[in-house]
Design a protein around this ligand. Structure first.
Ligand code: FEO
Length: 391
């Protein structure tokens, strides 16, 4: 599939994957690789190892894999570099191009004997009619990550991607609502902890003033109808946008924490804000994080078990702390039988993450009417606090 003069998509569609290292890929994904046929033949990224045959078939429809001159590895993670060692068995003259950290990663994964040329930001490679420019993008999202650019086409690997398997290869060939939902989920679960770096990288791209007509990421569809749409969404997400929205996450043993959760939610709803409630055993953490991306507050509840958080809550707290969501109000609640512990532990984890803790509430056995009034009041006050921040 041709995406521009001499540039072809040669990737693979993974319709089946539902667990991408723990990320719920409800709509599958793609591994996008691009082939440039100019005086030199250049492959940009490969595909996950089990799609190697598909990649080779697509390359051979355009040129012979043996004739590749360069293989650019924008990112070493194996969903993109996984077919490299098998390709270079056939593309014997191809030189691999990667960032300095990319070189380290590739040698560790695939051996010391690789023929690698290291590039840095601003380096260029003339391949005939086209010139490729490289832009290092460390920690977007690995230390080795880099972007490749040519004549208005940015190939930023994981950045601006979405886990979305589709017959359409372009943003205007898929449902827009689904596309933005998957782009937000991808940002929330992969890029959110790197938001400050993203802000700086977007500013750097604006400063060097590269015209961008197409963004061709390594997952999902290619942004061609309006690439500024995803750039603007990234600006909004990286700054930690806040809507009048409260996310309540909990788990429960004998329903005491659940009853408290419902009362807190009622209190917040009474103030006219959007509220979404997730019981952890009935939800997927990657979906919850997507909802947290633009929420103003997150309230987490756990019963105490063995003086600790409930296991699902513990896993959630560790996950969310690592993702470093910005500009949220946090509150914690729970119930216990003879000795507490869950609420204190949740707060300890939240403090470690630098979260702004608004309040906490813990009850013994089952909540009394008075304690339920306090739950309602907590939800109501947090909702008012979100509204005041918005104002
Ligand atoms: Fe899609 Fe960081 O790999």
């Amino acid at each position: 599939m041709k995406i521009d003069e001499g540039i072809f998509w040669v990737g693979a569609i993974d319709w089946d994957i539902r667990d991408f290292h723990g990320y719920l890929t409800r709509r599958g994904t793609t591994y996008n690789a691009y082939l440039i046929k100019d005086e030199k033949k250049v492959l940009i990224d490969t595909v996950k190892y089990n799609f190697y045959e598909e990649l080779i078939k697509k390359i051979n429809e355009i040129t012979n894999v043996e004739e590749l001159d360069y293989i650019i590895i924008n990112h070493v993670e194996v969903d993109h570099s996984g077919s490299l060692s098998r390709i270079i068995e056939r593309a014997k003259r191809a030189k691999i191009i990667a960032s300095k950290r990319g070189e380290e990663g590739l040698r560790k994964y695939y051996g010391e004997n690789l023929n690698i040329e290291v590039v840095k930001t601003g380096d260029q490679l003339n391949i005939g009619k086209r010139t490729l420019t490289f832009i290092e993008a460390p920690m977007l999202h690995w230390p080795d990550s880099m972007f490749t650019y040519t004549d208005g086409i940015l190939m930023p690997n994981d950045a601006f991607g979405q886990h979305l398997a589709s017959s359409g290869r372009y943003d205007d060939e898929v449902d827009e609502e689904v596309l933005m939902e998957e782009a937000a989920k991808y940002y929330a679960n992969i890029l959110m902890p790197l938001s400050d770096l993203i802000i700086r990288k977007l500013q750097e791209l604006e400063k060097i003033n590269l015209p961008i007509k197409i963004i061709a990421p390594s997952h999902g569809v290619i942004w061609r109808s309006n690439p500024s749409k995803i750039i603007n969404a990234y600006k909004k997400w990286s700054e930690g946008m806040v809507k009048e929205k409260l996310i309540l996450v909990y788990d429960t043993m004998w329903r005491s924490t659940e009853i408290m959760a419902r009362k807190i939610a009622e209190g917040a709803i009474s103030q006219g804000i959007e509220v979404k409630v997730f019981k952890l055993r009935a939800s997927d953490a990657t979906d919850i994080v997507t909802e947290i991306l633009d929420a103003g507050a997150v309230v987490v509840g756990s019963p105490t078990i063995n003086n600790s958080m409930f296991p699902t809550v513990s896993a959630f707290m560790n996950y969310i702390v690592g993702l470093k969501p910005k500009r949220k109000i946090w509150a914690f609640f729970g119930s216990y039988g003879w000795g507490g512990g869950a609420v204190a532990q949740m707060m300890e984890v939240a403090k470690r993450g630098g979260f702004h803790i608004y309040e906490n509430l813990e009850v013994k056995y089952a909540p009394t009417d008075e304690e339920l009034r306090r739950c309602f009041d907590l939800g109501k006050r947090i909702a008012q606090e979100i509204k005041s921040i918005k104002a």
